[in-house]
Write a protein that binds this ligand. Structure first.
Ligand code: MV4
Length: 496
């Protein structure tokens, strides 16, 4: 494998290319007209503009991407996350063109992409599932029967959904008919597939996911968990590894289940198995993501393993170079997503120019980003500016490093979610580890940020007043001695 095309943009394109460079593999960037000046374009050995800004005319153009691969003699495609990363049709086309897709087979992607077939596969391995319907609900009568048996509240989920898309809560039987009709019609219009199923609603759950790696020779390992319970409208806000609630026993049991899910779909590559953990620490398999995830760096920091390097080695047909016993958790890692969004204004995207952009640095701090000072954040894609990741010997150290790194991050020109993240990291529910997926809904209002910035303004005003009166005193004292230019210069410098 000598040349890899990265079918993605921004921070993840750069992150993949860095590993390629370390491995002596040449890289090809594809970019849209909006990304012409992005760092990932100049970082690549070769770069090709594939079309206008909208992703449907650029990053999602399957045939055009494959054409470029043939022309530039590309051996493999790394899809990153989002865009075509979980598109089985694309993986199939890439395979048929004789190019290596760095990821699982189209069959595994199809099986896990459909939540009902994923659950059916998991069931064969006795993996715990949330109680509910065994398959798709085909009639209202059948649905009502299963609903009564399952109990309320319950969720109607779209089989073609996932990541929170196509879910509907039903609190009592009288709401069932309308809930089901809406769920089916929404699933049809959003996914072209009206299959829905029922699950008991797990109240106050934690979202825990297990990273797995599987080679082509039947070796599968788990690289422990990431906890992603702090999220806002299914958008993850803070991710960490390890989770502060898992005991070694639960971790091992979840790890084994995750490996079994990978076995159940003949998985090859890096994947993530999502679980819900209820208040009694029972866990249930939810779905599997067949790609490298945004939050993969926290796993890299606690295991010391470069997940992209492993993906590439697996795609080359190599055996995993370590076993489960070789893997240990080293310290604690946190990741926050820095978005160009205004947390005081309902997280409205705040695109514009990065007037000032200075990254934090230092021990235990990693920044994965795709922008430079002076660049515009395009309106066409996800408004994530960067991922800020910290590592420490324990959770406390990782948190204090993160708070320091947030203070050192200087971004002007756009509003960001940095202040919001610092609110979460300082909150007793977060620091104590006693939180669930409802954290943001329970504790966050825009006022908590306005208050703290008002408080800061008040403090700044007090400080300025104090400085002013001190300056007056010094000035008076100095005036009594002499009024030399030198001393007034000194005063100016001291106050600057
Ligand atoms: C659930 C649930 C409660 N009970 N399923 C949302 C994302 C998708 N992966 C599944 N999701 C959920 N499924 C049952 N039976 C609650 C959620 C859920 C959630 C899950 C993980 C992280 C954040 C979440 C936020 C709201 C709801």
């Amino acid at each position: 494998m000598q040349k890899i095309l990265v079918a993605n943009r921004g921070e993840i394109a750069l992150r993949v290319m860095r590993t390629c460079k370390e491995m002596g593999i040449k890289t090809v960037a594809i970019y849209s007209e909006a990304d012409r000046n992005a760092p990932f374009v100049s970082y690549a050995d070769e770069a090709v503009c594939i079309g206008p800004a909208p992703s449907s005319e650029s990053y999602l153009k399957m045939d055009r991407i494959i054409e470029i691969c043939k022309k530039l003699k590309v051996d493999a495609i790394h899809p990153g996350y989002g865009f075509l990363s979980e598109n089985a049709v694309f993986a199939q086309k890439v395979k048929e063109a004789g190019i290596t897709f760095i990821g699982p087979s189209p069959e595994a992607m199809d099986m896990m992409g459909d939540k009902l077939s994923a659950k059916a596969a998991a069931k064969k391995y006795n993996i715990p599932l949330v109680p509910g319907s065994d398959g798709a609900i085909t009639s209202l009568e059948e649905g009502k029967k299963i609903a009564e048996k399952t109990g309320f509240p319950l969720l109607i989920k779209a089989s073609a959904g996932g990541g929170g898309k196509g879910m509907r809560i039903v609190n009592e039987i009288s709401e069932f008919e309308e809930g089901m009709q809406r769920a089916v019609s929404e699933a049809l219009s959003a996914f072209g597939d009206g299959a829905v199923f029922i699950e008991r609603y797990v109240a106050g759950p934690r979202h825990i996911e297990i990273q797995v790696l599987a080679d082509m020779h039947g070796n599968i390992v788990y690289l422990f968990e990431r906890e992603c319970s702090v999220q806002r409208r299914h958008q993850k806000v803070i991710e960490e590894a390890p989770s502060s609630v898992l005991t070694p026993e639960i971790r091992a049991a979840m790890g084994k289940c995750a490996v079994d899910v990978a076995k159940a779909c003949n998985y090859v590559g890096a994947g993530t198995v999502e679980f819900l953990l209820d208040e009694n620490k029972n866990f249930y398999f939810l779905e599997m993501n067949t790609r490298l995830q945004v939050e993969h760096p926290v796993t890299e920091l606690i295991t010391g393993i470069d997940l992209v390097r492993e993906q590439i080695n697996i795609a080359r047909g190599e055996r995993l170079s370590f076993t489960q016993q070789d893997l240990k958790i080293n310290g604690h890692a946190l990741e926050i997503r820095v978005y160009a969004e205004d947390p005081t204004n309902n997280f409205l995207p705040d695109i514009g120019k990065l007037k000032t952009y200075r990254r934090p640095q230092g021990l235990g701090v990693r920044v994965d980003d795709g922008f430079e000072e002076g660049m515009d954040i395009p309106i066409y894609y996800d408004p994530m500016i960067a991922k800020l990741i910290t590592h420490g010997k324990d959770r406390e150290e990782a948190i204090s490093r993160m708070l320091r790194a947030i203070k050192d991050y200087k971004i002007t020109g756009v509003e960001t979610t940095l202040s919001f993240c610092s609110f979460v990291l300082n909150h007793p529910a977060f620091t104590s580890g006693n939180f669930d997926t409802h954290f943001v809904k329970k504790y966050f209002t825009p006022e908590v940020l306005k208050k703290s910035s008002e408080e800061e303004e008040r403090m700044a005003a007090l400080f300025a007043a104090k400085l002013f009166s001190e300056k007056q005193k010094t000035a008076n004292a100095l005036q009594q001695e002499s009024t030399s230019l030198c001393s007034s210069k000194w005063r100016e410098n001291r106050l600057a």
